[in-house]
Ligand binder design. Sequence first.
Ligand code: R5P
Length: 289
Amino acid sequence: MIIGGSASQKLAAKIAWELGETICPMETRKFPDGERYIRIGGDVNENAVVIQSTGYPQDQNLIELFLILKTLKSLNVEHVKVVIPYFGYGRQEKRFRDGEAISAAAIAQLIEAAGASEFYSINLHENGICDFFNIPAYNISAMPLIADYIGERFENPIIVAPDKGALPFAEEIAESLGCECDHLEKVRLSPEKVETKTKNLDVKGKEAIIIDDIISTGGTIVNASNILRQHNADKVVVSCIHPVLVEDALLKIFTAGVDDVIATDTLRSDVSMISVAPLVAEVLKKKII
Ligand code: R5P
């Protein structure tokens, strides 16, 4: 039995199709005062898979997820696999300043307390988030899907990580495509502002593909794209797993001269062209990570 939360209806339907399962109807709405209402409309059995990304509006999507999990438990569903393709609050996985909440840990504990038996996510911002769970927790990489997509459309590009954190992703893709890889140095000054150091890059006349896990405000990508353009890259294409895309992020990115943006459908967006559905279905079927 597959249940898609309101943030991941289309993806849940695709995963159900891949698995040859049907989607359990679910009613969800908002009361006039803003509170959530959910109702599981179909017959339940002893196993369920719940799919719900927890991107914007994060708190609403999380509350809906908790209500679904609690309801399934109260209807005697024994085993509930929770798939959170994009795990919101994942970038606050530690205390950067005294007194801060370790939000990712708190969310993990709440998901477990609500009744999850297993947890699955895609490219968690930090793999260590899995350790916040006491239930089996799996972090699936969708980077091979991005590598395949790039491999089919670009000949010998250079893969560029916009910061050191994204370097392992860029290396993974470059290795699988047998092409070059480089990275930039970034310093985050505030949630909205980043500074990227210019350095010598050999991208002249090449197709440069920037790889990151998340595009949020777009600041990281705009800086990286400007540097690649200054170094005379022939084409600048951007790829990410999670298109968080705050406000006019896409506008800023294309205005900076980016030729294309490629993302997966862990979150709905105008650039979510690579579906993670076959990958998630495969993992759920065989549990291969
Ligand atoms: C940071 O650690 C992430 O990998 C991304 O680089 C970051 O979240 C992107 O944020 P923004 O789009 O706001 O620059």
